[in-house]
Design a protein around this ligand. Structure first.
Ligand code: SF4
Ligand code: SF4
Length: 132
């Protein structure tokens, strides 16, 4: 007797390069986040906080020098951040090819084939035919 095979999940809304992006709990969502992105955001927020505090400096020249120093420090710190799985896109830039929104595709499970949660992706031609 031949084994029953699932249909492909390729046309599912949640399907992204062989992975299933449907997370079912906040814990699971947290686990699949891109750590590099989170770390960049954390550094950015810390810098913003420090920039806010610079407003307390009375001398505008001192403020400007300190502002430039902080921004440079932030850029250097961000440039030093890395991740073992990081693959920069061919066209260059800070992103990673595995990043999908705030998630890392490598941390998401493989699509197991068309399942009960399959949600057909609405392509452009279908969307165009619908009334608003
Ligand atoms: S592999 Fe890429 S997307 Fe995944 S955590 Fe590392 S930098 Fe983020
Ligand atoms: S078919 Fe199921 S497993 Fe595959 S992407 Fe869709 S929801 Fe995820």
């Amino acid at each position: 007797m031949s084994a029953v095979q699932r249909l492909s999940g390729q046309h599912c809304t949640y399907f992204m390069r062989g992975r299933c992006t449907r997370t079912v709990s906040p814990e699971e969502s947290a686990r699949s986040r891109c750590g590099l992105l989170d770390e960049r955001r954390r550094l950015g927020a810390k810098t913003m906080d420090r920039l806010e505090r610079l407003q307390r400096l009375a001398d505008p020249d001192d403020r400007e020098v300190a502002r430039r120093h902080l921004i440079q420090k932030n850029m250097d710190a961000i440039a030093r951040l890395t991740c073992p799985g990081l693959v920069p896109p061919p066209q260059g830039g800070l992103l990673c090819v595995h990043q999908h929104l705030v998630n890392c595709l490598l941390k998401l499970p493989n699509c197991r084939g068309r399942c009960d949660d399959f949600l057909r992706r609405r392509d452009f031609s279908e969307a165009k035919g619908q009334q608003p």
